[in-house]
Write a protein that binds this ligand. Structure first.
Ligand SMILES: [Zn+2]
Length: 297
């Protein structure tokens, strides 16, 4: 049995290892007349009726590990930010969202159908920044658009309880992930500033940190998480200090993952992330392009 934490109308079912990927933490909100799930991580498959009877799933963003329980609730309405809608509605939309090469996408489909119970939801509908849901009994939810991880990534704030579900601004030691086609490092930087301004007393992440109930701890964890971005810039500059590198050479040396760590999408995520860091470093005049790669400016 997974551990459950309760804050008024909000229940948080902790996934394995506090929701470490591939698992996640499941938030369920019970209003007067409506039961709502935020995302559907793997652990939603172990909960039972508290999850299986939800009326509405509000996805904070579209990724396989947040859609792993959608197959259990075919009658529940599914809503997601408009920028992530196509990724929920169809496999073709999810392919665009990931942006990996065709062979990697084929491998991903097999993997997520096997390990994440993946099903598309053509019936999903869109919400936008600032949308409110009134669940009855004084329980209210608001969406706050915090893009970067994906273009539609949102925090879901249960205003009546002061609980902010901040999804994959997950404050883990890995740091921010912006390796997919609709990810953006520049947007993630802005969102890391904005997330600190949410009116909340309790912060819930999808992975690993789970629940933080002290503002000072939240801000310290957030600073550490955000700091990973600058550390990655420094790592790239360190590689280039040894001499010019092509993009492929930089990806082989790894920016995000340890050398040797292998999942189908790792190569694409490395390339995409390194490109965004190089853009930042070039804009700052730290790095310049050569005929076949990059060197220190
Ligand atoms: Zn994600």
């Amino acid at each position: 049995m997974d551990e459950v934490l309760r804050f008024g109308a909000v229940s948080i079912h902790l996934g394995e290892k506090s929701g470490k990927y591939p698992d996640g933490n499941q938030v369920v909100v019970n209003g007067g007349g409506l039961r709502v799930a935020f995302d559907t991580p793997l652990c939603s498959n172990r909960i039972g009726s508290d999850f299986d009877d939800v009326d509405l799933v509000i996805l904070g963003h579209a990724h396989e590990d947040h859609m792993a329980g959608l197959h259990r609730v075919p009658k529940a309405r599914v809503e997601v930010h408009e920028a992530d809608l196509d990724a929920v509605r169809s496999w073709a939309g999810l392919c665009e969202h990931y942006g990996y090469p065709p062979d990697v996408l084929a491998e991903m489909k097999t993997l997520i159908e096997r390990d994440f119970h993946y099903v598309p939801r053509p019936d999903a509908t869109a919400y936008t920044h600032g949308q409110r849901w009134d669940l009855g009994g004084g329980v209210r939810i608001r969406a706050h658009h915090l893009p970067g991880h994906t273009s539609g990534h949102c925090a879901l704030v249960v205003e009546s309880e002061g609980v902010a579900f901040i999804g994959d601004i997950d404050l883990t030691g890995f740091g921010p992930y912006y390796g997919d086609a609709t990810s953006s490092l520049a947007d993630f930087r802005k969102s890391l500033i904005e997330v600190a301004e949410l009116d909340a007393r309790i912060w819930v992440t999808s992975h690993h940190r789970a629940v933080i109930s002290e503002r000072s701890k939240f801000l310290a964890d957030l600073a550490g998480f955000a700091g990973k971005i600058d550390q990655r810039n420094e790592k790239l500059v360190g590689y280039l200090r040894e001499g010019p590198h092509s993009l492929a050479e930089l990806a082989r040396r790894r920016l995000l993952y340890p050398p040797g760590f292998s999942l189908p999408y790792v190569e694409s995520a490395e390339l995409n992330s390194i490109r965004m860091h190089l853009d930042e470093l070039m804009a700052d005049g730290m790095v310049r392009r050569t005929d076949d790669g990059f060197e220190l400016g």
